[in-house]
Design a binder for this molecule. Structure first.
Ligand code: GLC
Ligand code: CA
Length: 549
């Protein structure tokens, strides 16, 4: 079937279900809560939802450890509530994406339980290695979350590989039976009417034969041997050929370490196996490779990342655009300024919403939610944060260690959505499963609904505007002053329409700079975050201009 690339005109909203909205008062977000908010999501101008996992799971990694792929967790409302959400989305003309997590399962999944007991056909569903007489681990690989990548299983008397938490054993994708299971899962949801998948760390699924030691990487040891592994394109092509090609759906692959050239091998529109890719490069303007190696924010790095993807994918593949998701701290706290909260929140929105690609918003981003700061490390829930805190520099003071977690932890962005200024930010009538950010009295949806100048209304305006501009979908992109350390000035140009986006990332006034080719005199100001424009940009000022030729 020829792909109808409907996703190119869309804007997606990501729901991290535990913290979105509690519908039944047990303190945990759920699908009943989502049902209450579908109109709200649509009111933002979003045309689709990506759900982080909502399957049954023991919750060792907040749902990314799946115990049953073909069901919905009862605490989220089970299949019945899911059916209503799916129907509710489709009735509104919205699409629904599920999260496909098949690099690993939960250790509580039936397959693992049978595999560790060598019950056929599950014996080789996972990656097992015998214990060695010298007591050494099978190889020197690190897990991404909790120390080494191997854990000894008493039941089977062997080690299993886990690239993430101990409770997330990696599947053996080289086993054709495992690939058949994946296809079954895909068909199950697609037959139900789901519109596509976000594929969790999918670039990790093919491990190098023999699982050799890694002598290259100082951290994340092993990554060169499993990221973009030897059979990755073959397996993805198989899923496409056997499943996706038979449905009107789309796929979005998460790729932890990838550059545009390599990405094209996956997402080239004529030869690729998937439609879009989540890259991490644009998340590394204030860190080195991971949030846990922080550096000062560099606007140049941010622009460089954005621009590389804009230039190199142009005409060949489609960008996935995002500033936030459940794996990174909040963007205003990182790339913007909490002091200039409202201004920088809007500038950040404009900095990505007018690029070419399909934008994604993460819950709470549209009201400018900020990083949560716990009083002590015990309050952290996330498996990765807990491990990293325990192994952070003990010579530093507690304050410094906590500050680093604030800056890098995924929990900084996983607090409940702040709906109003009532108890628990209106997230639940019960006791919330996690802490609510104390700033909820100032930052919440209800307050911003009634303030025409709010970040929320600004997102609505920006998204609505984006949809009316053909240069946003078809135009060429250009970053005009890549070396400027305070301004991001990019244009989008197509026949008859020339768009110029100007964003200041300075906390002081700066002189506006625009390219000579842009005729400001005949330009129309379509959007901005200050009144009375002059040639001086105020702190975090942004403007979107258009010239119609
Ligand atoms: C992805 C998810 C993250 C999860 C990990 C392991 O990076 O986005 O939340 O913990 O994969 O599944
Ligand atoms: Ca609930």
């Amino acid at each position: 079937m020829e792909r109808n690339r409907w996703y190119k005109d869309m804007v997606f909203y990501q729901i991290w279900p535990r913290s979105f909205k509690d519908g039944n008062g047990d303190g945990m977000g759920d699908l009943w809560g989502v049902l209450e908010k579908l109109d709200y999501i649509q009111s933002l101008g979003c045309d689709g939802i990506w759900f982080s996992p909502i399957y049954p799971s023991p919750g060792a990694d907040c749902g990314y450890d799946i115990a049953d792929y073909m069901d919905i967790a009862p605490e989220f409302g089970g299949m019945e509530a899911f059916g209503q959400v799916l129907e509710g989305c489709h009735r509104r003309g919205m699409k629904l994406l599920m999260d496909l997590v098949v690099n690993h399962t939960s250790d509580e999944h039936e397959w693992f339980q049978k595999s560790r007991r060598r019950i056929e056909p599950y014996t080789d569903y996972y990656i097992w290695r015998p214990a060695r007489p010298d007591g050494k681990l099978p190889n020197n690989w690190d897990s991404n979350f909790e120390g080494k990548a191997w854990t000894y299983d008493e039941v089977r008397g062997e080690y299993y590989l886990h690239l993430f938490a101990v409770k997330q054993p990696d599947l053996n994708m080289d086993n054709p039976l495992v690939r058949e299971e994946v296809k079954k899962i895909l068909r199950f949801w697609l037959d139900m009417g789901v519109d596509g998948f976000r594929e969790d760390v999918i670039t990790y699924i093919s491990k190098k034969e023999g699982l050799p030691n890694d002598h290259l990487f100082p951290i994340y040891k092993g990554m060169p041997h499993y990221n973009h592994g030897p059979h990755i394109h073959e397996y993805l092509a198989e899923f496409k050929r056997d499943v996706f090609d038979h449905y009107d759906c789309f796929t979005l692959a998460e790729a932890p370490l990838v550059w545009p050239k390599q990405a094209l091998k996956y997402i080239d529109e004529t030869q690729g196996q998937i439609d879009m890719m989540i890259q991490f490069q644009s998340q590394c303007a204030d860190c080195l490779f991971t949030d846990y190696l922080p550096m000062p924010f560099s606007l140049r790095r941010m622009k460089h990342a954005f621009s590389q993807w804009q230039y190199k994918l142009a005409g060949r593949a489609w960008n996935m655009l995002y500033l936030e998701n459940h794996d990174h701290p909040r963007i205003i706290s990182r790339y913007g300024s909490e002091r200039y909260w409202k201004e920088s929140g809007k500038t950040l929105a404009v900095s990505y919403l007018f690029q070419q690609g399909t934008p994604f918003l993460y819950q709470g981003q549209e009201i400018g939610m900020l990083n949560w700061q716990p009083e002590n490390a015990e309050m952290y829930e996330d498996v990765q944060t807990r491990y990293n805190y325990a192994h952070s520099n003990l010579k530093k003071t507690e304050k410094v260690r906590l500050r680093k977690m604030w800056r890098s932890s995924r929990d900084s962005a996983r607090t409940p959505v702040q709906w109003d200024d009532s108890a628990n930010a209106g997230f639940t009538t019960g006791t919330p499963w996690f802490y609510v950010n104390e700033n909820y009295r100032e930052i919440n949806v209800a307050a911003q609904e009634s303030d025409p100048d709010s970040i929320l209304h600004f997102y609505r305006k920006a998204i609505a505007l984006r949809k009316t501009l053909k240069s946003v979908r078809y135009g060429t992109y250009r970053d005009h002053f890549p070396l400027h350390s305070k301004l991001y000035v990019y244009s989008r140009e197509t026949e008859g329409e020339h768009l110029l986006v100007v964003c200041s990332f300075a906390d002081k006034p700066v002189k506006m700079k625009i390219p000579r080719s842009f005729d400001l005199a005949s330009a129309e100001l379509l959007l901005g975050n200050y009144e009375n424009n002059s040639s001086i940009l105020r702190p975090y000022e942004c403007r979107v201009y258009r010239v119609q030729q």
